[in-house]
Write a protein that binds this ligand. Structure first.
Ligand SMILES: C[S@@+](CC[C@H](N)C(=O)[O-])C[C@H]1O[C@@H](n2cnc3c(N)ncnc32)[C@H](O)[C@@H]1O
Length: 301
């Protein structure tokens, strides 16, 4: 039984980390590479809370999108989110290693940050190919494992006394997550760099790689005050929930004490309050970045 939502990304956190991930201008190019034509039947494998399934459905209103995911809590979140956005997407609970679909059921089979997470990448890819029609497109978007995310700590006002202790505790907290993560066998099971090779040896043709850069800054003045506050509140809540879950584990408390957690949350709250009480002044300027790559290939006729 996977416990992705418990020990890595709970639904709120997963959604938050997908926000502003792909810039709007890239949507047509990405849908094209993923083989999403009009009326296409599309399967999005390992869809989580449905971010990429919605990205497809919003980009091509005629496509028939199905999202498949193992974790029921993600499925429920995905269904609610799609309903709220009036998107007609079917979300199904199931195992990507045994897809519950007939052979050749879909025109396109997509995956977003999934093939590097599933326990058996080759088997999952085989299943994606089985359910894809001949001539149809299989795709994978993943973070490039060997290009680390860039965390740029931009400019902070002198009043921001939380900056240094928060960075120190964040670092300690991440080391704890890495050391005790109960699902680490799922994460980075396969490096992104291996995916084109796996596509090739699986017999896919016309394999192409399309790089997608990502940069995100909450200091971006294009993000409204309301959006910023919602983002900060959700970040805080999901960080708190995740820490609570981890601190139930004795081995986690050896790396990060309950006192560390309290201090971390207090500092995080101070940072968030600063953002909220200095709206649109951009006194804090920080961003995160990274690189993703879309690999796609066609199933032979
Ligand atoms: C990094 S998340 C990506 C979720 C989503 N595609 C997105 O980009 O927001 C990886 C997802 O793969 C799911 N997963 C891992 N192994 C799976 C399997 N065997 N069957 C179905 N889903 C699986 C996890 O539960 C998790 O939701």
């Amino acid at each position: 039984m996977l416990s992705w939502s418990k020990y890595f990304q709970n639904p709120t956190y997963l959604e938050l980390t997908r926000k502003h991930l792909i810039s709007e201008e890239l949507r047509p190019v990405i849908l094209n590479y993923c083989g999403i034509h009009n009326e296409a039947k599309v399967l999005d494998v390992g869809c989580g809370t449905g971010y990429f399934s919605r990205f497809i459905a919003e980009g091509n209103k005629t496509a028939h999108v199905v999202g498949l995911e193992f974790e029921q809590s993600f499925i429920e979140y995905a269904q609610n989110e799609a309903k709220e956005k009036l998107l007609d997407i079917a979300f199904i609970q199931g195992d990507a290693l045994h897809l519950p679909f007939e052979d050749e059921s879909f025109d396109a089979v997509t995956s977003h940050t999934f093939l590097t997470s599933v326990s058996d990448t080759s088997k999952s890819l085989k299943e994606m190919m089985r359910v894809c029609k001949k001539g149809g497109t299989i795709s994978s978007i993943t973070a490039m494992s060997f290009v680390p995310s860039i965390f740029h700590n931009g400019y902070y006002n002198r009043e921001c006394l939380w900056v240094v202790p928060l960075a120190r505790l964040s670092d300690k907290m991440w080391r704890m997550y890495e050391a005790v993560n109960p699902i680490k066998n799922y994460m980075n099971s396969t490096a992104s760099a291996e995916i084109p090779h796996l596509f090739a040896i699986s017999g896919l043709k016309e394999i192409c790689a399309y790089p997608i850069g990502k940069l995100f800054s909450l200091s971006n003045a294009l993000i409204s005050y309301e959006e910023r506050v919602a983002y900060l509140d959700q970040t805080f809540e999901s960080e708190r929930q995740k820490l609570d879950t981890y601190l139930e584990l004795k081995e986690a408390r050896e790396f990060f004490s309950e006192e560390d957690a309290r201090e971390y949350l207090t500092l995080l709250e101070q940072k968030h309050n600063y953002y909220k009480t200095h709206p649109m002044e951009n006194e804090i300027w920080e961003w995160t970045g990274g690189a993703n790559v879309l690999i796609s290939g066609k199933r032979k006729e």
